[in-house]
Design a protein around this ligand. Structure first.
Ligand code: ZN
Length: 458
């Protein structure tokens, strides 16, 4: 089976990227709502608003941040730094300021990168009330050089930091089964393209593709501000999230560098095998990143109380490219064509996930007695056409042991060290004998024995 054709064009991807790139997104605020409103023109997203101050597990939803303007002017009135020129210039969540400062006083509030003189860094101060500006080292050297040590600089930061809400976008696409697959992306970064406007746009078009198909699984698609948004979403949808088995965290999908694959928390989970199959089919060099507790919202989804096996297929993964979290991560750094390819990879992975076949042992309590059924090797008779061999008995025993309706045949083949084709044939044979039953959908096998008690909103 090959990947279904894509309805999405690179041109439509490009239009959405250009429309969304300039918006100043953050954990909260008008830029986030504008982003979701634009996505609603493409897909029927529901927007949820979680009020500031709401306790969500160990976190509290912060105040809403509304940036309007931010500048530093020299004593001669020259504008040296201006938020209107690039939204990375203002540290995210900067508190309002109006005053005059010496360079010495200003210096702790200015951020640049010594090793990347052309790049404006991306900085935020979400959980400590502070203010600041980011600029390139070159901008600092050129723009501040003309002034002497006695110069006073005028700082104006016109922002509101007040009670409001955190916005989350959600789309539930029903399939043949109510069992859901999670597709999650984060939209809290301002004008940064690969991290993570690319993920937002890919997720939106992936949702559009799924809406146009007949799906076996249901899909839970969420657009959240990273970390606090995912935490808040889990807290507000605890039962539904605990019922999830697997999915994707969609981030950094269209850069110039190599494709990457970050595996899910349980390396043996079928989502990892499915991604490996896709990567083989696409024949692209890939960097592999085994699961680790750093990273994006898999930190929330994989936690003991949820244990959702989420994988990420990246193109220039976060942390790994020099333009990461700087003004150099522009629309020129990414390409709509790369985004479409990574979109096809995601779609193909979902197709393979839907293709998986599951059997369950009809007599799961203890061993099935094989000899009365002629399935135990005895001198003189093979149980299947061909020669009766120990290998056939191995296949039977492994299938009866591992067919729990939740483990797919490739995982059984791997654990049993048997060929997949042999197992397929034997499973069909045992189904004919009435010992295995094919399941329309896998039973969800959750490995979250540590799941916390029910969460109650206060
Ligand atoms: Zn980031």
């Amino acid at each position: 089976m090959s990947a279904s054709p894509l309805n999405t064009s690179a041109a439509s991807v490009s239009v959405l990227l250009q429309e969304l790139f300039p918006l100043c997104r953050s954990l909260t605020g008008p830029g986030n709502r504008e982003t979701l409103a634009r996505l609603q023109r493409l897909i029927p997203l529901t927007v949820h608003e979680y009020p500031s101050g709401t306790q969500v597990y160990d976190w509290v939803i912060p105040k809403e941040w509304k940036p309007k303007a931010g500048s530093v002017k020299g004593p001669d009135g020259r504008v040296l730094i201006d938020f209107a020129e690039n939204n990375l210039h203002l540290v995210g969540y900067s508190a309002p300021v109006a005053g005059q400062f010496s360079l010495e006083e200003l210096r702790p509030h200015l951020h640049w990168l010594d090793n990347a003189p052309e790049a404006i860094p991306y900085r935020t101060s979400y959980y400590k009330e502070d203010w600041g500006f980011c600029l390139s080292r070159k901008q600092f050297e050129e723009r501040f050089a003309p002034y002497g040590p006695e110069a006073r600089f005028t700082v104006t930061i016109d922002t509101a930091l007040e009670a409001g809400s955190l916005s989350v976008g959600e789309l539930l696409i029903p399939g043949e089964t109510s069992q859901e697959v999670l597709l999650s992306t984060y939209f809290c970064h301002p004008s940064l393209a690969n991290d993570n406007l690319s993920g937002v746009v890919l997720t939106a078009f992936l949702a559009k593709e799924l809406l146009a198909r007949k799906n076996k699984y249901s899909y839970r698609i969420v657009f959240v501000p990273e970390t606090i948004g995912a935490v808040a979403y889990c807290a507000h949808n605890e039962a539904a999230m605990q019922a999830l088995d697997c999915g994707f965290v969609i981030t950094c999908v269209a850069g110039r560098g190599p494709w990457g694959f970050k595996g899910s928390i349980h390396g043996e989970h079928r989502i990892n095998r499915v991604v490996e199959t896709v990567l083989r089919e696409f024949e692209q060099p890939v960097l592999r990143y085994p699961f680790d507790p750093h990273g994006s919202d898999e930190r929330q989804y994989s936690s003991p109380g949820f244990r959702i096996n989420t994988a990420s297929i990246t193109k220039d993964k976060y942390y790994e490219y020099p333009e990461y979290h700087t003004s150099l991560d522009t629309l020129d750094f990414i390409s709509p064509e790369h985004l479409c390819t990574t979109l096809r990879m995601h779609l193909r992975a979902l197709e393979l996930l839907e293709d998986d076949v599951f059997y369950e042992n009809v007599n799961p309590q203890c061993e099935t007695m094989l000899s009365p059924r002629g399935l135990y090797p005895s001198a003189g008779g093979g149980m299947m056409p061909g020669t009766n061999t120990g290998a056939q008995l191995d296949s039977i025993l492994w299938l009866l042991m591992l067919c729990d309706g939740a483990t797919a045949l490739p995982e059984i083949a791997k654990q049993a060290n048997l060929s997949l084709q042999e197992l397929r044939d034997m499973a069909a044979f045992l189904e004919g004998k009435g010992l295995l039953r094919k399941c329309a959908f896998p039973h969800v096998k959750k490995n979250n024995a540590l799941a916390a008690g029910r969460y109650e909103h206060k």
